[in-house]
Ligand binder design. Structure first.
Ligand SMILES: Cc1ncc(COP(=O)(O)O)c(C=O)c1O
Length: 401
């Protein structure tokens, strides 16, 4: 099958909910992927911040081979060694008490939402409201689209779930004003990823933590995109010296293999027997992969490496911004960056980068996002930024539309 045939078949058989770029990827290694015609690309999307150790990392390939020959799936009616190993490593490294494994980020956030509801019912006189943020993204299930800050994700599916109160991100006073006797929790991303790579000021998260303590409500963090090394710490909230009451992780934990988890401190580990569950979540194969990825990250200080590479990206992006009037702002930390452009030019820029052999995505109509594997090297960063620079140069040379 060639690329055109695949595009036609996709059109025939798939619900048209997503917008794909017209390439079929067939192979990956490290930060590089190849399409069906043999063309090579640097991958600065990394499966939406998921392929944390790079494509087909030898440790991940090896563990999938070994574990898939031993035991893949049992259901949660039984104990398995990989699940218990990963639970211990993840809870210890996250300084959390309890974990529940699932298959995706949205399911992990669902777990947080159910925890908030149950906790409010039991411990705060039936409080059920969750304060969420504008521009937030938490997934595509009914509860997580309700929690999302983006109207277009919610509008087609009304009536939505009750009990979500939306406030601007990075605004502690708004959270204070929105808190009532009905509030059970605040749920937010320490760095808003899909919302355009929005980094709060340094005081925000400590202030939210202090307010949640004062008001007697839970602080729940969605670290699905920001967690497991992406921002240069194992979890983004560690920059602020705080610990949430509960948090969601997914994406980078599997380095391309689907896995998610939500974690809680004991005081809000309220779900009991039969109140939550999953068939596939936490299966032996996914957990052995998650364990291998997390152990590799900790043993090789991958978050620290990401922080160093991030400083390099930051310097390079600042100098790019100085030279290119089309770039109005750069934002980011570690290995998640946005290049804000002077207008809705990001889709064109993505297509031009693609033609030049670079995968990036337009996280907003006006912004490109760079989220390469955490193992990206400086020469790969150089190459990617050269392509972006050439694309910007060409766009600047074009007469305005
Ligand atoms: C912060 C955040 N939460 C939740 C999700 C949903 O994760 P998934 O697509 O694995 O369901 C995403 C996905 O991009 C995310 O960035």
């Amino acid at each position: 099958m060639d690329n055109d045939e695949l595009v036609e078949l996709e059109k025939k058989y798939f619900l048209p909910v997503g917008k794909r770029l017209p390439v079929t990827l067939v192979r990956g290694e490290g930060v590089t992927v190849w399409d069906i015609n043999g063309k090579e690309y640097l991958d600065f999307v990394a499966g939406i911040a998921a392929v944390s150790l790079g494509h087909c990392h030898p440790a991940v390939v090896k563990v999938i081979g070994r574990q898939s020959m031993e035991l893949m799936h049992t259901s949660n009616y039984y104990y398995t060694i990989p699940q218990v190993k990963l639970a211990q490593l993840l809870c210890d490294s996250a300084k959390m008490d309890k974990v529940f494994f699932c298959n995706s980020g949205a399911e992990a956030v669902e777990g947080l939402i159910k925890t908030a509801r149950k906790w409010g019912k039991e411990k705060r006189d039936g409080a059920y409201e969750i304060i969420v943020c504008e521009n937030a993204f938490h997934g595509r299930t009914m509860a997580t689209v309700t929690a999302a800050g983006t109207e277009k994700y919610r509008a087609p599916f009304t009536p939505l779930l009750e009990g979500f109160v939306r406030v601007p991100f990075n605004d502690i006073e708004a959270i204070k004003k929105a808190t009532t006797g009905k509030t059970a929790a605040v749920l937010l991303e320490p760095v808003q990823g899909e919302g355009g790579v929005n980094i709060p000021n340094d005081e925000y998260l400590p202030a939210v933590r202090a307010w949640c303590d004062e008001a007697g409500i839970l602080l729940m963090l969605d670290e699905v995109q920001s967690g497991v090394g992406r921002t240069g710490k194992l979890f983004a909230h560690q920059y602020y010296g705080i610990v949430p009451d509960a948090m969601a992780v997914a994406k980078a934990l599997g380095s391309g293999f689907p896995i998610g988890a939500f974690l809680t401190l004991d005081h809000c580990s309220v779900m009991g027997q039969g109140e939550h569950g999953t068939t596939f979540g936490g299966n032996a194969l996914a957990c052995e992969v998650g364990y291998t990825v997390l152990k590799y990250m900790l043993d090789n200080d991958i978050p620290g490496e990401a922080a160093k590479r991030g400083e390099y990206v930051e310097r390079r992006l600042h100098s790019l911004a100085d030279r290119h009037p089309l770039v109005t702002e750069i934002r980011g930390r570690g290995l998640i960056w946005a290049i804000e452009l002077a207008g809705p030019l990001a889709e064109d820029a993505v297509n031009m980068c693609l033609a030049e052999g670079l995968l990036v995505n337009n996280v907003k109509p006006t912004a490109l996002r760079l989220i390469p594997p955490l193992t990206v090297k400086e020469d790969e960063i150089d190459k990617a930024l050269e392509i972006i620079e050439a694309v910007l140069g060409r766009m600047e040379a074009q007469p305005a539309k």
